[in-house]
Structure formats: C-alpha cells, structure tokens
Design a protein around this ligand. Structure first.
Ligand SMILES: Nc1ncnc2c1ncn2[C@@H]1O[C@H](COP(=O)(O)OP(=O)(O)OP(=O)(O)O)[C@@H](O)[C@H]1O
Length: 255
C-alpha cells in the first residue's frame, strides 16, 4: 500500500474533527475524498502528508510510519496542493512552478537540465507554457489553480494530494485537470465536491461524515441514494450513464 491511515483521529480546540479514520491507498489509484462542508476532508489531507500530527492512530508510507521519514523524504515523494494557496511575493508563473523542484536540489547543486525538463513538462501538462513570464498577481483564480498543480507536478511526486483541485475552474479545465490526474502514473488523493466528476475520474471514493468514514470503495458501491440522503440530506436518483458507463447522480429538487 502507498499511504495508509490506521485509526487516525485529530482534535483541536476540544473538538474531534477526524474520528478514527482507517484508509489504504493502492499505488497509482486516484482516490476521491468526498463529504459535506466541514466533514474533515482538508484536515485528513493535512494529516496524511504530515502537516498535522494525529492525536491518535498512525499514518504509514509503504508501511513506514511517517515520523520515521525526514521532511525532505516526504517532500520528495509527496506533493500537496491546498485550497486558496497564495503568495504576497512579486513572482512570475515560472518562479512558482520552479519551487516544485526545491526538494530535489541541494546547497551544492545548481539548477540542472532535469529541473528545467520537469518544469517545462508540468507547464505543458496544465496548458500554461505560454504564460511562463506572467506575474502571479495578474492570473485569474483558475489560472492560479492550474499553476499550483503544475508546481506539484514539477515535483515529480509518487503521491499527489489535492484539496478541491477543480475550484475556480471552468468545466473544460475541470475535465482536463481530472483527466490529467487520472492518467498520471502517481497515487492521487483529492478532496472533491462534485459527485459526478468524482465517479467519472476516481478509482475509489472515501465519503466522510462528521470526520468519520461513512463509506469507502468503488464509486458504484459508495454513491447510493440512501447514503447521499444520509450524508448530504439530498434526494437523488442514481443511474449508470449510457454515455460513459459510470455512475451518474441526478439531484431531485426539495419538495
Ligand atoms: N485549526 C482549526 N481550529 C479549529 N477548527 C478547525 C481547525 N481546522 C479545521 N477546523 C474545523 O474542522 C472542521 C473540518 O474542517 P475541514 O476544513 O477539514 O473540512 P472540509 O471537509 O475540508 O470542509 P470544506 O468542504 O468546507 O472545505 C470544520 O468545522 C472546521 O471549522
């Protein structure tokens, strides 16, 4: 297994936010983390990458406890794209994407050919090669999101954690980014709100409710009408799409 959480809980300010979560992420799988606002998706992502320490339970990478890995080990294998990450510095697109190479550089090594190749490939993967010299502050919200993803891809991680990567993106770019993530030979865990996009692009889903895992498994097994009613309080009809063959959720208006 790539990343595993074993009975992980996290509390803050006297509140239990992540409650006894166990997960096993298979290498190269694309895993969607679903759940209502405040259900603990971002908190769990931060626990999985070691930015937060679990109050109980443990996180392992290839069976090694995360505490046994150095910060550099973790940053070489894992990239995180958080929601609304921003910077006040006066930087260009290229400066931001080049930051993705930081874990691979040392005090002694200069900028290498392979660093440039990784940056160029990442810019091309998100369709932003022509914007390399644009100032970060002048980018739109969706363009910033794509550059953050490029920064993570330039890192060439084994594991990619994305917190709502389709936020701010128009539908074409949502589809492009999710298709890219699905194609990449990396393990990906991403928090998503759109159940239909999650079903289309994820191998596995983990549905959180109040910090606990309400269901985990294939999109077909997780996305049932009963469960969506229980977790989101929304009436739905679930069908297999005649167009892409995956699960499709129809939302019914409240009566
Ligand atoms: N540092 C903190 N201090 C206090 N409360 C926190 C802290 N971090 C998270 N929380 C609370 O924990 C709960 C879960 O937050 P989290 O951001 O993990 O949810 P989420 O599922 O990612 O939500 P959303 O879909 O709205 O992004 C929320 O009620 C939030 O207010």
């Amino acid at each position: 297994m790539s990343i595993q959480a074993h009975g992980v809980s996290w509390s803050t300010a006297g509140r239990l936010i992540v409650d006894d979560v166990s997960l096993s992420i298979t290498p190269d799988d694309t895993v969607g983390l679903l759940g209502p606002n405040g259900s603990g998706k971002s908190s769990l992502l931060r626990l999985l990458c070691g930015l937060r320490r679990a109050s109980e339970g443990r996180i392992t990478f290839d069976d090694a406890p995360i505490e046994q890995l150095t910060r550099r080990d973790v940053s070489r294998r894992l990239a995180l794209v958080e929601q609304n990450a921003t910077t006040d510095a006066d930087v260009t697109v290229l400066d931001v994407v080049r930051l993705g190479r930081t874990p691979w550089r040392s005090m002694l090594s200069g900028w290498r050919e392979e660093d440039s190749a990784a940056v160029e490939q990442a810019l091309a993967q998100v369709g932003m090669s022509t914007r390399r010299h644009q100032s970060w502050h002048t980018l739109s919200g969706g363009e910033r999101q794509r550059i953050h993803i490029a920064r993570a891809l330039a890192q060439r991680p084994q594991e990619l954690l994305l917190d709502e990567p389709t936020n701010h993106l128009d539908i074409q770019h949502q589809l492009d980014i999710l298709a890219l993530v699905q194609r990449l030979p990396v393990t990906c865990v991403m928090a998503l709100h759109d159940l239909n996009l999650a079903a289309m692009f994820c191998d596995q889903l983990v549905l959180l409710k109040e910090g606990r895992v309400a269901a985990a498994g294939t999109p077909e097994s997780v996305l049932t009408s009963e469960r969506i009613l229980d977790v989101y309080g929304v009436q739905t009809v679930i069908e297999r799409s005649p167009h892409h063959g995956g699960v499709h959720v129809h939302y019914l208006p409240r009566r």
